[in-house]
Write a protein that binds this ligand. Structure first.
Ligand SMILES: [Zn+2]
Length: 247
């Protein structure tokens, strides 16, 4: 990934997706917003009820990307995906995937250690998935690839995929992994109780038909990197976000 400045807002972007003409995307950091500590400053959470600072921050992000419409959801650690047009009441209720074939509609997934996974077929459709460990257990990446095929007729081999900053194997500790993750995750165990969820997602995408060379992993751990909010590091904290839209 590289850090860049979009209309005054510092953002990270994937090298692979940055080369595609048909989409805009980026990952927000803690910087550039109006929220006060411990939520400083670009908190996009909306998890604590309606908060004027968070609404102002969402507007900052929307304007930086030059979007008319930006859709976000009340995320529920499930596998439901919604096709959106941009005129939905916000937040969209209890979904963990947003997809659209409409140009200019931003799809925003909020994070603080969970993965956001972008699926993009430039000029056709984009999808943004919220994938926590529960999402990995339920194969949310595979569900997303199937949604792109069934809803928009996109072959998995056409999809570019990217896994946003999130819990790295250095900090993905699961003491109850026999109960929570199960035996299927043992190949991804890198040290006692630590797992590589980035590789889990990559393999789930590959199994669903995405080309291995078209999957980019950010390799940025949110617990390690101070630019991002991390629930595991700070407990009381805000949410950053990954955004994708068709041009
Ligand atoms: Zn880490």
């Amino acid at each position: 990934m590289e850090i860049y400045n979009q209309n005054g807002l510092p953002l990270y972007r994937f090298n692979s997706l940055g080369e595609l003409d048909g989409i805009v995307h980026g990952v927000t950091t803690r910087k550039g917003g109006v929220s006060l500590p411990p939520f400083d400053s670009l908190d996009l959470g909306l998890g604590r009820g309606v908060d004027q600072d968070i609404l102002a921050n969402l507007e900052i992000v929307k304007n930086a990307f030059g979007l008319d419409k930006m859709v976000y959801a009340y995320q529920a650690h499930g596998v439901d995906i919604r096709h959106v047009q941009g005129n939905e009441d916000l937040p969209v209720s209890r979904v963990d995937g947003l997809a659209t074939d409409r140009p200019g509609v931003g799809l925003l997934i909020k994070q603080a250690d969970c993965q956001a996974v972008i699926l993009a077929a430039p000029d056709k459709a984009v999808c943004n998935l919220h994938v926590g460990w529960r999402g990995n257990v339920a194969d949310m990446p595979g569900v997303g690839v199937k949604f792109m095929a069934s809803r928009y007729g996109i072959d998995p081999g056409e999809l570019h995929a990217a896994i946003a900053p999130s819990l790295g194997p250095c900090h993905a500790e699961f003491i109850n992994h026999p109960n929570e993750l199960g035996p299927d995750f043992l190949p991804y165990q890198e040290s006692p109780d630590h797992f590589n969820l980035w590789r889990v997602t990559k393999d789930q995408l590959i199994r669903a038909g995405v080309r291995p060379g078209w999957i980019e992993i950010s390799d940025i751990c949110t617990v390690c990197h101070p630019d991002f909010y991390s629930y595991r590091r700070d407990k009381i904290t805000g949410r950053f976000a990954t955004l994708v839209a068709l041009k």
